[in-house]
Design a protein around this ligand. Structure first.
Ligand SMILES: [Zn+2]
Length: 415
């Protein structure tokens, strides 16, 4: 079991401003991927899961930072186990190559490369691929034959790679940027390693979607920033970079994301209409104002109350309730509603690394799908609600007459 170290920031991680307003508190929670043995619960650590808005640049962020070294030590998720993700990244790399047409032998880098899922999408032997991955997942990428730099990416790391490998034509970072505390250092590192006409492509869940769709369970300690275009433009301008194109990216069941194309400020890429359109949309939405965030927080509290009320009512009527899937975000939700085994007996999960452990903070036993199916459950809280359609179609639990409780945006029972 890890011993977590945390710090409390006093300033915004993009602009350094100190005018920070806390708009949502999800309580004290353990890191959401910190699945533990039942015998370890007494020593479990919790940290505030509070979201702040920076009045200067508009960034939504956590200020309680659990050291990434500690969190990534426990990292158990291998991206390539998801076929939908593999297909998504293949589409992304194909479109970047079509757009940029980098010459053969160009250096292409994936930061936070996990098990090599994105690097594996490049045509074989055409480019020089390099992965940056501080977590143990990097060993799987190495086993697939990719060269891996086992470091956290920052200003120095970007400089070092440029010195050892030369400048990069393409740098990708998918679902990484929001996890980085020193985001300014990361951006400076990109500036250091990017070729004059190189492109940095990031994908990240979009703040406005999270708020409008009430995806509050995507808030957890690993996820330090809730990104929108306005603060990112501030960030990139500070280090001599420029966002020149933005697209919507549907990451399969992982939900909607933004794909942002960034170049050196002086590079020849014309700033695309999509950037000014999104600037205008964010301005109209009020990304820099506190109001939308406070309304969001109110809706989050209402949804939590409604969910508990729904489940208590079901139990009064004889329901037997489990939870289905144990993704990181499930733990945000379970901790926020302070679920325990009086509400949810077990969590069903197919990841062997989690089965036999208990959920962080709420200490609900995690069992295999088979054990869950044999348990006679009438209802299952669908924590992996982003896979609702898939599970409605394929789950033996549903075929046997079971019902899902879908928690967000408004708790409902399906089918
Ligand atoms: Zn700021």
């Amino acid at each position: 079991m890890s011993n977590y170290h945390a710090i409390k920031r006093e300033t915004c991680r993009i602009c350094g401003g100190s005018d920070l307003v806390r708009y949502l508190s999800l309580g004290e929670q353990p890191p959401s991927n910190a699945f533990i043995a039942a015998s370890e619960t007494a020593a479990e650590q919790r940290f505030p899961l509070d979201v702040y808005h920076c009045a200067t640049c508009g960034l939504s962020q956590l200020l309680d930072v659990v050291a990434a070294e500690d969190i990534f030590d426990d990292y158990v998720y291998l991206s390539s186990t998801s076929r939908a993700l593999c297909n998504h990244y293949q589409g992304m790399i194909d479109s970047i190559i079509a757009l940029l047409q980098p010459p053969p032998d160009s250096l292409v880098i994936d930061v936070g490369c996990n098990d090599g899922i994105t690097l594996n999408c490049y045509p074989k032997s055409t480019y020089r691929t390099l992965g940056v991955e501080p977590s143990s997942a990097g060993q799987y990428a190495r086993e697939r034959g990719f060269e891996i730099v086992e470091r956290f990416f920052n200003e120095q790391c970007g400089r070092d790679i440029a010195a050892s490998h030369g400048p990069a034509k393409i740098v990708t970072a998918t679902n990484v940027f929001a996890h980085v505390d020193d985001i300014a250092g990361f951006a400076a590192g990109v500036r250091n390693v990017l070729d004059d006409d190189g492109v940095f492509v990031i994908e990240f869940p979009y703040l406005v979607d999270m708020i409008e769709e009430l995806y509050f369970d995507t808030i957890y300690h690993e996820h330090l920033s809730y990104l929108s275009l306005a603060p990112l433009e501030h960030l990139f301008a500070d280090v001599g970079l420029r966002a020149f194109r933005v697209e919507r990216a549907e990451v399969g069941a992982s939900g909607p994301a933004l794909r942002l194309f960034v170049c050196r400020a002086e590079a020849g890429y014309e700033t695309h209409q999509s950037i000014s359109d999104m600037q205008a949309a964010e301005e109209a939405w009020g990304v820099g104002q506190i109001d939308a965030y406070e309304r969001f927080a109110e809706r989050v509290r209402e949804t939590g109350d409604a969910l508990v009320e729904l489940m208590r009512g079901l139990k009064t009527n004889g329901a037997k309730i489990a939870a289905y899937g144990a993704p990181a975000k499930g733990n945000t939700l379970l901790n926020f509603i302070q679920a325990d085994t009086s509400l949810i007996d077990v969590v069903a999960e197919n990841n062997d690394l989690k089965i036999g452990k208990v959920t962080p903070g709420t200490h609900i036993p995690i069992v295999s799908d088979d054990e869950f199916l044999a348990g006679g459950y009438t209802h299952a809280l669908l924590l992996a609600w982003n896979y609702l359609d898939f599970f409605l179609d394929k789950s033996p639990f549903i075929k046997d007459g079971g019902k899902f409780i879908v928690p967000v945006p408004t708790p409902v029972i399906r089918p």
